[in-house]
Design a protein around this ligand. Structure first.
Ligand SMILES: C[S@@+](CC[C@H](N)C(=O)[O-])C[C@H]1O[C@@H](n2cnc3c(N)ncnc32)[C@H](O)[C@@H]1O
Length: 288
């Protein structure tokens, strides 16, 4: 019997392989994670709502995901991703706002949109009149959505984002340029949604991530949705509630999983409930 056969085909070999499997195969992954954690602890100031860039491959998959969900071409979606990534005026305004904020000791200056690039591209492609986002926090997502609405407005397809949060100081990143496209609804978001009276083209859950709370938000906004409304969740990596809501409302469900670039955090993602095979544009014919 050769060594290879001993290790591969015998019970003794299976036991002898344990130190090798642990030390040479599994442990390097843990050490890489530890290295990323140590670097993050010293170089980042964030301790929640982690922000990160996506890997290049993951970003390409995000473009394809948004293309499938919106029914718009991959080339068009790629153009929108680049539009946000290369918006130097917005980037420097965000850096300035972070520097001037009381939160500067727990926020990183560099805006890292990650999956919010996908929110931006989806809003650019589908031209919603009304977006509702629950959970503002610093406002990185709100500003990405509002920046897309601002460009849509400039092109003749106006839109507003209504963003809810329970913390009055939320949204320090929302720039002066984006404020005209943005309304903050302060208070418990389920209550805000219950009082909301406008038809909603695009809804995004990103507030209290307990599954029962996420579900309560979906039920609260359901009367304001129409057949083509897009429903997104920032919680689908850990909760099946949007999948269940998609089934309840006759929509299909897809999930895009973030792969963070050089970060120890596993990443979040985008859950979406939508009608497949439909090219969604909420304001067709209104573009300049
Ligand atoms: C994950 S953060 C939002 C992240 C943000 N959308 C972004 O893109 O960075 C969650 C936010 O939800 C808010 N929140 C928690 N419970 C809430 C509630 N019951 N009603 C409204 N907002 C709530 C928190 O104050 C926090 O700012």
């Amino acid at each position: 019997m050769t060594f290879r056969e001993l290790f591969k085909y015998t019970a003794a070999g299976r036991v002898l392989m344990i130190p090798y499997r642990f030390g040479r195969i599994a442990l390097p992954y843990a050490l890489r994670q530890l290295g990323l954690m140590a670097r993050w602890a010293f170089t980042s100031k964030e301790y929640y709502n982690h922000s990160y860039h996506l890997t290049e491959l993951n970003r390409r998959y995000l473009a394809s995901f948004v293309s499938v969900v919106s029914g718009h071409s991959l080339a068009e979606i790629e153009k929108y991703l680049r539009e946000l990534e290369t918006d130097e005026a917005l980037r420097s305004a965000l850096v300035e706002r972070t520097r001037a904020s009381r939160d500067r000791h727990n926020c990183d200056e560099e805006p890292r949109f990650g999956r919010r690039l996908g929110w931006y591209a989806l809003v650019r492609a589908t031209k919603p009149r009304i977006v509702v986002e629950t959970g503002v926090d610093r406002g990185l997502g709100t500003v990405a959505i509002a920046a897309a609405l601002r460009r849509n407005t400039d092109e003749g397809a106006p839109g507003l984002v209504f963003a809810t949060d329970i913390v009055p100081e939320c949204g320090h990143l929302i720039t002066a340029d984006c404020k005209p496209c943005c309304r903050i609804l302060l208070g418990d978001s389920v209550q805000s949604l219950q009082q909301f009276k406008e038809p909603v083209d695009l809804f995004l859950h990103d507030s209290d991530h307990r599954p029962e709370y996420e579900w309560a938000e979906f039920l609260a906004i359901e009367p304001r949705l129409h057949a083509g409304s897009l429903v997104l969740s920032d919680n689908s990596q850990q909760s099946p509630k949007l999948l269940e809501f998609a089934q309840r409302t006759g929509r299909s469900f897809l999930f895009f999983a973030d792969v963070p670039q050089a970060h120890w955090w596993q990443g979040d993602g985008i859950g979406v409930a939508f009608l497949p095979g439909v090219r969604t544009c909420f304001q067709e014919g209104r573009r300049k």
